[in-house]
Ligand binder design. Sequence first.
Ligand SMILES: C[S@@+](CC[C@H](N)C(=O)[O-])C[C@H]1O[C@@H](n2cnc3c(N)ncnc32)[C@H](O)[C@@H]1O
Length: 257
Amino acid sequence: MRDVAAAGASTGPRVLPRNDPRQYDDLAGEWWRPDGAFAMLHWLAEARAALVPPATRAGAVLVDLGCGAGLLAPHLAGRDYRHVGVDLTRSALVQAAEHGVSVIQGDATAVPLPDGCADVVSAGELLEHVPDWPRAVAEACRLLRPGGVLVLDTLNDTALARLVAVRIAERLPTVPRGIHDPRLFVDARALVAECARHGVDLRLRGIRPQVGGVLAWLLRRARAAGTPGTVPAGRAPRIVPTRSTAVLYQGRGVRKG
Ligand SMILES: C[S@@+](CC[C@H](N)C(=O)[O-])C[C@H]1O[C@@H](n2cnc3c(N)ncnc32)[C@H](O)[C@@H]1O
């Protein structure tokens, strides 16, 4: 298994270890490109937003841990949440702020926000990047007020996930090479147990991109590549539920009072 990533088209490629956060700086221009290296994050953000309940009070707060460039923001538009994003990567936070997110540069394992400040905490495609993910889960649960909702998605710690999400996906244009360190993938049972320890009853379901949608998107993308500056038209692939949580899964849970 390769343990490095080559990235950075404009300044020449530099070689970084797997999961090195500096990869997000090198890929900063990709966040909001619908056909770019982070395209699948857009599809996942839409699916995650569907788990967010309607705001139940004026001034409701959604804390988006590992918010990246704020891809969740368009899916929260008009839903009456104040969207607060926390991330390590400044270049991503600059873009999140441009999309209306109130940004905080910080670590998801030590969030500079008070206990119980959030009606919703989102941790989308974050935990599999955090070496001490139980600490990030503890922080997510700490931030939730009683009755608040945790929504997340991540990659399972299975051989199948390592095959699909690293060996196969990193050869597709939907996942940047070296972005994941498979040693950090998150065991689903351990995640449920960790949430329970912190008062959140997390329910899981497996998810995957709809195969036909991905094939159509890859075709449109290949055609558009022949005409520089063209964005592939058509609907983005949908994320659909699947019976197995063995690769990619979503979680949703309510914090006990
Ligand atoms: C795969 S991206 C997901 C971004 C966003 N949640 C989305 O779905 O579009 C992972 C993000 O987590 C951030 N990240 C990684 N480790 C982190 C940590 N310990 N604390 C805060 N952010 C972190 C990275 O900078 C990156 O923006």
